[in-house]
Design a protein around this ligand. Sequence first.
Ligand code: ZN
Length: 330
Amino acid sequence: MDMDIPAITKDELLIKLYRASICGSDVPIYNWTGGISARVKLPMVFGHELCGEVVEMGLRTHGFSKGDFVSVESHVFCGLCYQCRNDQRHVCGNVRILGIDCPGGFAEYAAIPARCAWKHSDKTLKDLGSILEPFGNAVYSVLVEDVVSKSVLITGCGPQGLFSAGIASACGAKTVIAVEGSSYRKKIALKMGADVVLDPSEPNILGRIRKAAKSPDGVDIVIEMSGNANAIELGFKAIRNGGRFTAFGIPGKKIELDYANDIIFKGIRVYGIVGREIFRSWYKTESLLKSRAVDPRPVITHTFPLKDHKKAFELMSSKEKKCGKIVLVP
Ligand code: ZN
């Protein structure tokens, strides 16, 4: 629908959007399922992965000029709660998410809090600007501990799993093993740097993973990106004693865990990953992209004009999953 250009407050920037990409979490919003109606107040501008050019600055903002190229941290942290004041802004107690709790980026213009803007020093990354937010999730997930010389199992190769394969490979992982069912995404996983891509339906997959990791004990690190209960269980079985499990994919309902055998007796470390470390993950992200250590472009499989959003969402919702990250151009 047509809307007015948003009016900015003293603490906001007005952004003219270059790109806005679609997150998996935008699909239930688009289909209005999964209890989203209880949270979102209509009308709302959806979309939380965005980048653009600063066209107006609020009176209390500083450090930004017209023409600056910015990406946007979608988790609007308060800056005042206990977590925010203890360097844990990613788990702010009063967080509002752009495109869910306040207007987002599937639009030509967006008003965003200046504290959530990430100013780029490299304007050649314009085509990638909107994916810094999801790429940052993968950066945080993979690098919450170092990966050098470690075997890394990635369960689920949606865009987050694919980014993770690239990051783990670039940061010195010994072996990157991906588990994914879609043949379309398997090919991208190999392009991104996975050494071995296995199908979850393969018989004796646990044995195949151990063989790929060249260890009868299992893998050093599991990056769980699918939220699928079987994949989560597989990850806990595949991890060696003393390993690291990173949990990012969100299951649709409560799942069962063998808490004693898979966590306690294995002595593993489990990290829950929500969002990005603000702004530690952003510095790492920019460095990985600017240095060309990781090229995320193979993950961006489709670009549509914003007016063709329907096609984009249909492709994202399709069972065949013949897409990676889909980007909209307002
Ligand atoms: Zn806070």
